[in-house]
Every structure is written in C-alpha cells, then in structure tokens.
Design a protein around this ligand. Structure first.
Ligand code: G3P
Ligand code: CA
Length: 393
C-alpha cells in the first residue's frame, strides 16, 4: 500500500453533505469584492474577480500541487496546466514561510528535492539538520532564506525516477509566492469571467509558530486583501493541524475549511505539542467528526480511509467514513490519486514499471462511486474524465 509519507519526503459542494457546514458551502463560488478598507490595505489590495456565480460541481477535482503529474509541482507551469485542463480547484499551494515572513508555495520547508538549491554554492553553508514535527531532516529549509534569496532558485521535479518526463522542465520556473498566486488567480478569473478556486494548505503551522513565523496571520491578511476571506470566496483552506484551522476561523477567514487526516496511528502535530491524547483514528469516529464540524466544513482523508486496502495493497471495501462524515455535515475531499503504478492499489497496476500508468481510471471511478464530494489528483484531466458520470449537479 502506498504510504502517506511519500518518497522524496515526503459544490461543493455537496448536496449530499448538507448540514451546518454545507450551509456555508451551498453559496460558495460567488467572489465578493473587498471593501474600501481592504482595498486601502496596500498596493496589492484589490477585489477578487467578479463574475457569474460559479457553483462547483460535485464531485469536484482538485489539481494537486497544480497538475503535478505533468509539471514540477507548485510552479506556475503546474498551476496553469491544471486550470487549462479544467480542474475545478487548484491546490496553490502548500504554504511555508521564508525567513522574512513571506508565504511561498512548496510542499515542504525542506526544499532539497524540489529546487536546484544544492547547485548554488553560495548557499552550501545553509545545509543543516533539523527536527520538523518529530522527524530529523537534513537539507535546505525555507525559513533560513529570505524571499529574495529563494527567488534565485529554480524548481525541479521531486520524483524524477517516476516522472522522468517532467525533468524536461527542471529549472524553468521560480518558487511562487502566495501573493503571486492570488494575483494569478485574479488575472485568470478576469480572463475567464469566473473565479479561479484555490485550496491553500498551512504546512507545519505549530513548528513555524514556535519559530516566530506563524502562517495563519499572513495567510488571513492576504486573503482579506484580495477579498477571499468571506464565506463565499472561491477558496478552501486546509491543514493537518486542527488548531491551524481554528486559528484561521478566529482571524476572520470564513471560506470553507478542511481538516486533513493522516494515517490513523498518527497524532496531528499540534496535538503532540499541546498534550492532546487523540490520534487521527479518534478524529475518524463519529464523535471526532462531530468535533471537527464545530469549526470546519470538510475533511481531507487519506485514500485508504475511503476504500480500505489489504496487507498486500489490494483494494478492499468502502469504509463507513463517507456516510459518517456526511452525517456530521462534512464534505470529503480525499488525497491523492495518481496515474502511475507506483501510487495505485496493487490490483490496479499494469506491468512492473513504477512510472508506467496503471488502470487509474477504474480506481478514480471506484472512489467517486462511494459518494465523496471530490478528490485531490496529480492528474486532473484523468480525474475529470472519471468524474463525468458521477457528477450530481
Ligand atoms: O493537501 C492534500 C494533500 O496534499 C495532503 O498531503 O502531504 O501532499 O500535503 P500532502
Ligand atoms: Ca497539500
């Protein structure tokens, strides 16, 4: 079975999930303009693109790190391709801070595998060993670089052994900032006449808060500057740490919020730090889901929490999670479906090459058939094709 912690380090909404959360989601899609105070907040302050109300389909497809099956993840090449493929929402991005407090889009603060930092002799001395969320890591970390320094780097493919074709684009794009993402979404929204939905994630928020680099405040400020903090703004926000989602709510971020769920035995890192004894398994129970529904509108489960897999990694039966989460008024957006054999259940693989495509279309369809409200995929085009016959409106 594919582990959640992957190699290399690793409309809504839904008619089906109507409850307190879905009341927020039901009107989602209509971008609201920022008020005068927000517009006066700085040169970047502008209203989000006005456009026709744009209800998201159910189930929706989230372009995971863009269209990262085809381009190096978290680059504008990846985001643009996902949008052009028709992804309903773009995960732009996983957010980590720089030394000078800017939010940049990287899957991890360790940028060794996703940039050419190792080729920059001027940064050789920044290579270091840190413990992030209990894991010891050696590499280069965003919090040790200013934004200006990070902008001298170029993105590269994270898993070149599996995605050799994507190495064609190594070195082509810079690391995006979240503010650049908002500007891009606004520009593309104007061009298309409808909002561009994004799905940023706070990464290691407790770790960064302890460094004096809290993520939620700059995220909330930027969303507010672009009029994307309201209940009907075209974005979700997500985190593996429930307290990060709660903090965003307290900071006035009213758009739909999603708690990501790790493997059952894992404790969210904020729970570890605060001494909360609960594990992810506790959050997956009806009581845990009810607790989440007090401050979030959805969950982002790990795929085997939707359809179990046996010890060999073959697909088993659907769990009760879709029913349980919907009963709690939560939508479900599981992660992450990828076309390559390497990431598919054993019985959906074709041939022995990990980088070859397996029968991902059938796996997508099996997942959509469970009644989920959407999913994250590195291959949004394949996901959209599979979603067609399951779209509920
Ligand atoms: O956010 C959905 C999915 O991306 C969660 O896993 O580790 O890839 O951020 P991760
Ligand atoms: Ca993510």
């Amino acid at each position: 079975m594919e582990k959640r912690h992957e190699p290399g380090r690793r409309t809504v909404l839904g008619a089906a999930a109507l409850g307190a959360g879905a009341a927020v989601l039901a009107g989602a899609g209509q971008a609201q303009a920022a008020g005068p105070a927000e517009r006066a907040a700085g040169p970047a302050a502008r209203p989000a693109p006005a456009g026709r109300p744009d209800k998201l389909p159910v189930p929706l497809v989230v372009g995971h790190r863009g269209a990262s099956g085809y381009r190096p993840e978290h680059t504008f090449g990846s985001y643009q391709l996902a949008l052009d493929m028709g992804a309903d929402v773009i995960e732009a991005g996983d957010l980590v801070p720089t030394k000078d407090g800017h939010l940049v889009c990287r899957h991890e603060n360790d940028i060794s595998a996703t940039t050419d930092v190792a080729d920059h002799r001027e940064f050789a001395g920044r290579r270091t060993t840190k413990t992030v969320d209990g894991k010891k890591l050696t590499g280069w970390f965003t919090e040790d670089f200013t934004l200006a320094e990070l902008k001298t780097l170029r993105a590269k493919e994270r898993i070149p052994d599996v995605r050799q074709h994507n190495t064609l684009y190594n070195g082509h794009w810079q690391i995006p900032t979240f503010e650049e993402v908002l500007q891009w979404a606004e520009r593309e929204g104007r061009r298309r006449g409808r909002p561009v939905w994004i799905y940023p994630e706070t990464k290691h928020p407790t770790y960064f808060r302890k460094l004096g680099l809290g993520i939620e405040e700059p995220l909330a400020k930027l969303l507010r500057c672009y009029g994307r903090h309201t209940a009907h703004a075209p974005n979700f926000v997500q985190s593996f740490e429930p307290s990060s989602i709660q903090r965003l709510g307290k900071l006035g971020v009213k758009c739909p919020k999603v708690v990501l769920l790790d493997e059952p035995s894992v404790k969210p890192w904020d729970f570890v730090e605060s001494g909360d004894p609960r594990t992810t398994a506790d959050l997956l129970t009806p009581e845990g889901l009810k607790w989440i529904s007090g401050f979030a509108q959805g969950i982002g489960p790990w795929l085997p929490q939707i359809i179990a897999q046996d010890e060999q990694g073959k697909l088993g039966k659907p769990t009760t999670l879709v029913r349980d989460a919907h009963a709690a008024g939560l939508v479900l957006h599981p992660y992450t479906v990828r076309n390559e054999n390497n990431f598919l259940p054993l019985d959906f693989r074709v041939g022995k090459n990990p980088g070859d495509y397996g029968n991902s279309l059938a796996y997508f369809k099996a997942l959509f058939a469970t009644g989920i409200d959407g999913l994250f995929s590195d291959n949004p085009d394949t996901a959209l094709l599979a979603a067609e016959e399951f779209r509920r409106h």
